[in-house]
Design a protein around this ligand. Structure first.
Ligand code: HEC
Length: 118
């Protein structure tokens, strides 16, 4: 009986937490196959500590990045390089650190997802 009550309460708490914070979703890993690969990779890497989709954190929001680079034909290559090598100066004087251990393919998937958010 106790177990069942806690089980239901626990499930409700987990549901509320997952809805409330992307960090919880990060901890539990990709939940649905419908989540784009780029979004999954964003959530499973350090990007979440500095970037949100709709809100400026340490770095610019992904929607703002998508708008700024909309229609630029070299946007993917430019942004993959920025994430790989690190970048500063486009959005302010706070630098983004380099990501030398992420593969170009993974960064490209994240960047293509970001550019789809505009
Ligand atoms: C420590 C904080 C931090 C982390 C971690 C971080 N970023 Fe950034 N990011 C920034 C900042 C700050 C900028 C703005 C840099 C600038 O002004 O040029 C930025 C800029 C960007 C840009 C735009 C670059 C440009 O040329 O305008 C993209 C795309 C991006 N980040 C993606 C990512 C991805 C993908 C990850 C994870 C793999 C990531 N960031 C991790 C802080 C971070």
């Amino acid at each position: 009986m106790m177990t069942e009550r806690w089980g239901r309460k626990g499930a409700r708490l987990v549901t509320a937490a997952v809805l409330a914070t992307p960090l919880v979703a990060l901890a539990s890993g990709p939940v649905r196959a419908a989540v784009p690969l780029g979004e999954q990779l964003y959530k499973s890497n350090d990007c979440v500590t500095c970037h949100a989709v709709n809100q400026k954190l340490v770095g610019p929001s992904y929607v703002d990045i998508a708008k700024k680079f909309a229609g630029q034909k070299d946007a993917v290559a430019t942004l993959v390089k920025a994430v790989k090598d690190g970048h500063v100066g486009t959005w302010g004087m706070v630098p983004m650190p380099p990501h030398p251990t992420l593969s170009d393919a993974d960064i490209k998937a994240i960047v293509e997802w970001i550019l789809s958010l505009k």
